[in-house]
Design a protein around this ligand. Structure first.
Ligand code: SF4
Length: 453
């Protein structure tokens, strides 16, 4: 009998990477690998990397240093680097880090078990970083869940799924590496998406997030074999699948947010009232240099239209602080925007040069200390807005889908409102995926507290 083979996957960065890690887990599971949460037990280790921020990239190199020692003790161990750093560095990574056996780009993740077999059989490093202009996801993704690890998969995973509908991007924002690491925008066939979600719904999935780098431009692929279905049409069709109670999507470039999509929030009952709409800066001067292709006035008009049609919609955003050339006035415009929109969450970061991005060549970089001060001010302001906005829910009754028991407090459960806000509450004999009514007793900066109704 063969010994049990174990795999360990560490994910850095965005939701897109989380989904890719899930797929790689599935690919390895189909090749009889069982996931482990103990990296020392693994026969195959995958680091699924992100190059959007410098910090995440540095973490990968530091972990690879630790893994070198592990490999010295366990020479049969296969170390793979996937994701955007793998795509960006390619062969250089294999030369620089001889302990690495496999480097594979985001479009090559379906080949993981084949590459592992080759690395084992040939005892040679494997490189797979080709970028293709057509959608690389096999037409029928095996929908079976990953085999359970000794630590068991969380129950959350079984009622909530992320489904990729497109990948890549054609926008070339000047700070971003996605068009270079994930390739040009390409959409997955409508019928394949519907088929996958139907299978998931039959397996008990109640909440689906449609995922892509810029979902609003779904269906614009220049592929004559695809049906010409727009993103709002896709949303309407997914919403009709029996069993899907909550439908979300991520993420969107505001320039592609159409009136047709805004209307969906009034018309599709199970479309959750949450929109992550990355603004990046409140200054038109900076937006132009970022090549975002919208003005702040256009952005605000879309926010107004969304709130007009769906007053309870929750907006969240991404902000880059200290982009090259950002003056005090530009930064103040971003601070003012926080007050105007009153987001209920903002992912904010200091600008850092990313290899291949156009902004690397901009010579008016902002001083590190100024960037840190601005980021601190912005995060403090946003925290107080979060708190004030969350306090507005006090006394209201929210429909909460349970995700599991709270890790921090015994006897407490954690779930999310339709608008994606985390709620903690007491309860017994409950189960993940169940929808309950919770009376909100306290609004906190990043969550709500309540009691079961
Ligand atoms: S829209 Fe801009 S920031 Fe978003 S993935 Fe495309 S290039 Fe990157």
């Amino acid at each position: 009998m063969n010994a049990i083979k174990k795999s360990y996957i560490e994910t850095f960065g965005c939701q897109m990477n989380e989904r890719d890690s899930e797929i790689m887990g599935q690919v390895l599971s189909n090749a009889d690998y069982i996931p482990t949460e103990d990296i020392k037990q693994a026969d195959v280790i995958v680091l699924n990397t992100c190059s959007i921020r410098d910090k995440a990239e540095q973490k990968v190199y530091s972990l690879l240093g630790t893994l070198k020692k592990l490999k010295a003790k366990k020479p049969a161990l296969i170390i793979s680097v996937a994701g955007c750093v793998a795509q960006q560095e390619g062969k250089r990574l294999l030369t620089r880090m001889p302990q690495v056996d496999i480097v594979l780009g985001p479009q090559q993740i379906y080949r993981l078990s084949e590459l592992v077999s080759k690395a084992v059989a040939m005892g040679k490093q494997q490189l797979a970083v080709n970028l293709s202009s057509s959608f690389e996801i096999p037409r029928h993704i095996p929908p079976s869940p990953v085999k359970s690890s000794e630590d068991e998969q969380t129950a959350t995973a079984s009622f909530k799924k992320v489904v990729t509908i497109m990948q890549g991007c054609n926008n070339f924002c000047t700070y971003c590496v996605v068009p270079y690491t994930r390739g040009r925008e390409t959409s997955r066939p409508h019928d394949d998406i519907i088929a996958e979600i139907t299978v998931l719904a039959n397996q008990g999935v109640k909440e689906v997030t449609l995922l892509g780098q810029n979902v609003n431009s779904y269906g614009r692929t220049n592929d004559s074999t695809l049906q010409h279905i727009t993103f709002p049409e896709l949303l309407r069709n997914v919403a009709k699948i029996k069993g899907i109670k909550r439908l979300r999507f991520s993420t969107s470039n505001p320039k592609d947010l159409s009136p047709e999509l805004i209307k969906c929030f009034a018309e599709i009952e199970n479309l959750c009232p949450h929109f992550h709409l990355p603004v990046q800066s409140g200054s038109n001067h900076i937006l132009k240099r970022m090549n975002r292709k919208y003005s702040i006035e256009e952005y605000l008009a879309k926010v107004k239209a969304l709130r007009h049609i769906r007053p309870d919609i929750v907006l969240t955003t991404d902000i880059i602080v200290g982009f090259p050339g950002e003056t005090d006035e530009d930064f103040q415009a971003t601070m003012d925007l926080l007050e105007t929109v009153r987001y209920q969450g903002a992912y904010s970061f200091k600008y850092s040069d990313r290899p291949q991005a156009k902004s690397v060549a901009f010579d008016d970089k902002v001083d590190e200390q100024i960037k840190s001060e601005r980021l601190h001010r912005l995060q403090e302001k946003q925290k107080s807005i979060n708190l004030q906005e969350n306090q507005k829910y006090e006394g209201s009754i929210q429909s909460v889908m349970i995700e599991g028991e709270s890790k921090n407090t015994d006897g407490q459960w954690k779930g999310r409102t339709m608008s994606n806000i985390i709620v903690n509450f007491d309860g017994s004999a409950l189960s993940p995926g169940q929808e309950v009514q919770v009376k909100i007793t306290e609004g906190l900066p990043h969550s709500l507290r309540g009691t079961l109704v």
